[in-house]
Design a protein around this ligand. Structure first.
Ligand code: UTP
Length: 278
């Protein structure tokens, strides 16, 4: 059974400067809730209640968010405003939180390797919280992937079709179509030019990884942009054994970019946000 979910939250968030100069981008709110809380709620829904955060300098607000604020609790206890704390209280009641720091931003692969001490030798989920995934009234994306892991017992990456003019922003897979939205990965390239992309199937920020990935990352040299790329490690894993790619059910918003963030805000305000339920 998968119990843990890793959140690499150490990145600089340069695309949101100056907002992210002294505030983590993962704390930017979509309507009234920080991005990282949406991710944690999705993990808990999938049964992954041990939350492992790989943070960095300037990210203390994330640690504080997943803790009690005594002054605030005391101030609003018994008042009509208590309801505003209900969603974060639920998260704190159900989840446990562990943290470590990535001292140098050497890429997503490196961030995940930094989390090894929190994960140990077991399969785990990974959420990049700047990808907001929503599937109201049905299983969340991570829950769909955990069900598949229980069936296939190998690493799984979430994919979606993207227009070719945007493919250079993503890790891209090639694979054998197994039906039901599942592909067995045969190739994987990080941020290719459109003419070199093996397909239009882009990897987005949800993964289930088997723990052999840590040894593979240790052996993976820096790749694109001189960063240690998870994509490169996953290709090694795919060649040695099996990695599946899964076209999930639901919507995904790239909240690491300004247009995606605005689109998510409008969608949540119109379809998800309820003034009386927080
Ligand atoms: P991104 O490259 O999208 O995030 O990394 P970023 O670097 O924060 O954003 P920009 O491009 O400067 O605006 C994808 C995810 O991996 C994490 C980031 O926090 C983000 O969730 N990450 C990336 C790390 O934790 N450590 C790294 O060294 C790199």
């Amino acid at each position: 059974m998968i119990r843990k979910c890793l959140f690499p939250v150490a990145g600089y968030g340069t695309r949101f400067l100056p907002a992210t100069k002294s505030m983590p981008k993962e704390m930017l709110p979509i309507v009234n809730k920080p991005l990282v809380q949406y991710g944690v709620e999705e993990a808990i829904e999938a049964g992954l209640k041990q939350i492992a955060l790989v943070t960095g300098r300037g990210k203390r607000a994330i640690a504080d968010h997943f803790d009690i604020s005594y002054e605030l609790e005391h101030q609003i206890a018994g008042s009509g405003k208590e309801k505003y704390l209900s969603s974060i209280r639920k998260v704190l009641n159900e989840g446990t939180f562990m943290m470590t720091r990535q001292r140098e931003m050497k890429g997503l692969g490196h961030a995940i390797l930094t989390g090894e001490s929190l994960i140990g030798n077991e399969a785990f989920g990974v959420v990049l919280s700047d990808d907001l995934c929503l599937n109201p009234n049905d299983d969340g994306v991570l829950k769909q992937m955990v069900k598949l892991y229980n069936q296939f017992r190998c690493s799984i990456v979430a994919i979606q079709e993207v227009p070719m003019e945007e493919i250079h922003k993503y890790g891209v897979i090639a694979g054998d179509d197994m039906g039901n939205g599942l592909f067995r990965v045969s190739d994987m390239v990080e941020k290719p030019d459109a003419d070199k992309a093996p397909s239009n199937l882009a990897v987005i920020g949800r993964y289930v990884l088997t723990p052999d990935i840590f040894d593979i990352i240790r052996e993976t040299p820096p790749g694109k942009n001189n960063e240690i790329q998870l994509t490169d490690a996953l290709l090694t894993q795919a060649k040695a054994g099996c990695v599946l790619a899964y076209k999930f059910r639901g919507k995904r918003f790239d909240c690491g970019s300004v247009p995606g963030f605005i689109e998510a805000t409008n969608y949540v305000y119109e379809n998800v946000y309820d003034e009386d339920v927080h």
